[in-house]
Design a protein around this ligand. Structure first.
Ligand code: ACO
Length: 324
């Protein structure tokens, strides 16, 4: 069987209606708009309403991605959904979405790689498509981080937000090296760093969900180093120079991380898509949310070369290179 390429056929995203500003945040914990903006670049985040779940956000994003791709849900034979905040311990949120979209064929499952989840999920779906195991996949990053942050801990609760983003990947015959599609992905993890970024609960350990805990300044240092390493590695493997990349679509953890990585690799900041000011850190949802925004506002055009990257709990980190 000839290897096929996974083309990004459509993109969609969805945010909860409720916006929580930094000013409102200062009424909840001992913080200020000035501190949050200076240290992170965040101005506001979206927060899911009571009863609004990760699956609700994911379904809305998936439907928009299907519309954008012009593909019917009945043609989807794979759903890979990245989340740290699933609706249930089981079944997976991916199978919830499968049922809501009326899909009864193929496979659906969740991926847990925290903030790197979307990059992992896209790589998995690309491999299924390349091997002929799926024809059309929906890849989703969706989170309700507001449900696992400790709302009394100012060092973490100001950073996170809720949202979802999705892409449709369609398998096509590979015709040449400049075909649109996923060109390469690079996934890494190193479990020794669990204590720097983790959730202090889970079904088997505490029979509870737990809260997010982070040693922020140490995560920061690892983030800049590991993200820059993943970007140069993936570019090298794909035979692409960093200067050839049209758009960098990073995980949105902190504006200072985006700027630190850009400085390290001499990337002009105009090429870096940043949504952190409006969304905060939406974990697995942040890359597809940023991708959708830049496609909808016309910055990213068909044929552009994109480099997506992320680092999250685990640590997990990685990058994906795609021609849109
Ligand atoms: N408001 C006011 N003061 C605060 C706040 C706040 N919200 N949070 C912390 N501070 C204080 C601290 O207590 C500390 O005070 P002290 O000096 O008196 O002890 C001071 O501000 C500085 O704290 P630092 O943690 O050193 O601040 P830093 O400049 O590192 O910024 C931040 C913290 C924003 C968390 C940053 O370290 C960061 O972005 N880290 C990386 C986050 C990240 O990449 N996460 C990855 C993915 S997340 C995931 O996978 C789920």
């Amino acid at each position: 069987m000839d290897e096929r390429v996974s083309r990004i056929a459509g993109v969609g995203s969805h945010l909860p209606a409720r916006i929580l500003s930094n000013e409102e945040m200062s009424a909840l914990v001992d913080t200020s708009d000035e501190w949050i903006r200076e240290r992170t670049g965040i101005r506001q985040r979206h927060i899911a309403a009571e009863g609004e779940t990760t699956a609700d956000l994911a379904e809305a994003a998936a439907r928009k991605a299907l519309d954008h791709a012009g593909i019917d849900a009945s043609d989807i034979d794979l759903i890979v959904l990245a989340t740290t905040t699933p609706d249930f311990t089981f079944p997976s949120t991916a199978t919830v979405i499968q049922a809501r979209l009326g899909i009864t064929q193929g496979a659906a499952f969740d991926v847990q790689a925290v903030c790197t989840g979307f990059v992992y999920a896209m790589s998995i779906a690309d491999n299924f498509i390349a091997r002929g195991q799926a024809r059309n996949a929906i890849v989703i990053g969706a989170e309700t981080m507001s449900r696992i942050v400790d709302w009394t801990d100012r060092t973490t609760c100001v950073l996170f937000g809720d949202g979802a983003g999705a892409i449709v990947l369609s398998g096509e015959e590979r015709e040449g090296p400049n075909d649109p599609g996923v060109l390469a992905s690079y996934l890494r993890s190193d479990g020794r760093f669990k204590d720097l970024l983790h959730v202090d609960g889970g079904p088997s350990s505490t029979q509870s969900v737990g809260h997010l805990r982070m040693v922020g300044n140490q995560v920061f240092r690892h983030a800049v180093t590991n993200i820059a390493e993943s970007m140069t590695t993936i570019a090298g493997r794909a035979g692409v120079a960093i200067e050839d990349v049209d758009w960098f679509v990073p995980h949105q953890a902190n504006q200072r991380i985006l700027e630190g990585v850009a400085r390290k690799l001499s990337i002009p900041t105009e090429k870096v898509i940043s949504t952190v000011a409006d969304h905060g850190n939406t974990s697995a949802a942040s890359v597809p949310l940023a991708l959708d925004r830049a496609i909808q506002d016309g910055r990213i055009k068909r044929g552009d070369l994109l480099l997506m990257e992320a680092l999250g709990g685990g640590f997990t980190w990685g990058a994906a290179l795609a021609r849109y």
